[in-house]
Design a protein around this ligand. Sequence first.
Ligand SMILES: *Cc1c(COP(=O)(O)O)cnc(C)c1O
Length: 362
Amino acid sequence: MAQTVYNFNPGPAILPPPVLAEAQAELRDYRGTGMSLLELSHRSAEYEAINAKAQARLKGLLGLGDDYRVLFLQGGASLQFAMVPLNFLRPDTVADYLASGSWSEKAVAEAGLLGEVRLAASTQADGYRRTPRAGEIALSAHSAYVHLTSNETIHGVQWHAWPDCGERPLIADMSSDLLSGPLDARRFALIYAGAQKNLGPAGATIVIARAAFLDTAPQTIPAILRYATHAKAHSLYNTPPTFSVYLLNLTLRWIEAEGGLPALGARNRAKAASLYAAIDDSGGFYRGHALPESRSLMNVTFRLPSEADERAFLDAATAAGFVGLAGHRSLGGVRASIYNAMTVEGCAVLAAFMGEFARRRG
Ligand SMILES: *Cc1c(COP(=O)(O)O)cnc(C)c1O
């Protein structure tokens, strides 16, 4: 079936058509078992193979070795906001948080319920239009960890150079940009991401962490909330979201076939460039939310001259076959989420639509 819409949903979001086609072909009878994967035990050889393969693929794409663990959990990135401090923020320590948007704020709020949190930098006063600059970041002498949000999905603000944290463990919420381009993952003690933005359907939450760091967590927290529990059990401690991990694995294979992270990074830069050019070339009709230094390659956020213009834009976009362009309810405006599976062509068609709309209405 031909694609009839351009899907710019922020999450759950667009998936690669070959991934959906393969899942459909295998849905009723998974590889000759006579059963759907949906009906198979998570202890079956079939699922264990998917689980192992997806972990190996993630490590392979990120160039990580045996000193890192890949976990597939549930509860979304939102549970990670609590699990990170539960595991690593001890009573006598402090954690540094860098705030660049709403998701950082949520992480700060959850950690604050569990321990001592310092806002080592925040761009809230600037309306979260950029990430903190090096000179603005004041880290504690002995932080348990430093936490940042690599891409603020709502504000469309992305880190493009990591802050220098010295020896402090660096933890990142990469829910909306993990595997969108090359990543020096070894800089991080722990990375987490809900799958449903850039990597698969809702259900699985990916955690990638240094094994030695996971071992520093106390044994006194509930087993289900302890990273070490899941690492020891290879993410089979309790029933995992099997179908979500299956689709994640197919998506990872698709990423490999597309040329891996360098190829996707180049494509994502070209996609974002076409939309930012449509903003910059509109004579001020479109106003990007993020400052150019922090523009997201995944979520392009912008305003129009008035809310009436924005409503007219979104209505015309819907009629033209574009889906999911309304900005987050907290921010308004327009947001185009252009994750890995969105094509260069889809972005070019949206950019052309933006140009045409600005000429008619501007
Ligand atoms: C979507 C999102 C979250 C929340 O994810 P859930 O899976 O809904 O818990 C957290 N952080 C970022 C950056 C996100 O984009």
